[in-house]
Write a protein that binds this ligand. Structure first.
Ligand SMILES: Nc1c(C(=O)O)ncn1[C@@H]1O[C@H](COP(=O)(O)O)[C@@H](O)[C@H]1O
Length: 165
């Protein structure tokens, strides 16, 4: 069985990030967007990362999501090597609760942007939704799915009844 050509690459610095980054993978799966997920640390495997990123566009990838924690250089390094949109997701970290990750990812120098999301699962899910929004710009069927997702979310909220005191 051949996998469909991935349009989104989810990269993360460690397999310890996967429990969080799964939230991105689940959303892409739900929307039927082909993706691949790889552990490639900029610090621990810089040459492998460079190789992956420089080939990404020619392989048909349209958006790259980078999840990393602590000294979270991964998304910035990805962005340095490609003009594809790069979405950064800060991982919650043990000692600084992910503030270190967030600041490492968000404070990019002018000229090399990384779109930075919330720390943790919400950020991972929203990065996937942003990737979908980017792809939906040239894919009417995907745009319809995104519109339906929003409508379902609104409907669910409107149906909430709070418990009696
Ligand atoms: N921030 C980075 C990078 C990188 O930016 O290249 N490589 C690994 N890491 C992060 O180190 C944390 C701890 O990793 P381990 O659990 O493997 O020790 C992870 O959150 C990972 O993203």
């Amino acid at each position: 069985m051949t996998n469909p050509q991935p349009l989104v690459g989810i990269l993360m610095g460690s397999d310890s990030d996967w429990p969080i980054m799964q939230a991105a993978a689940k959303i892409l799966k739900e929307f039927g967007v082909p993706f691949e997920a790889r552990v490639i640390s900029a610090h621990r495997a810089p040459d492998v990362l460079f190789d992956y990123v420089v080939k990404a566009s020619d392989r048909g990838l349209r958006v790259l999501i980078g999840g990393a924690g602590g000294a979270a250089h991964l998304p910035g390094v990805i962005a340095a090597k490609t003009t594809l949109p790069v979405l950064g997701v800060p991982m919650p970290s043990k000692h600084l609760q992910g503030i270190d990750s967030l600041l490492s990812i968000v404070q990019m120098p002018k000229g090399i942007p990384v779109a930075t999301f919330a720390i943790g699962e919400a950020g991972a899910a929203n990065a996937a939704l942003m990737a979908i929004a980017i792809l939906a710009g040239t894919d009417a069927a995907l745009n319809a799915k995104l519109t339906a997702f929003r409508a379902t979310q609104t409907e669910r909220m409107l149906n909430i009844t709070l418990p009696e005191l």
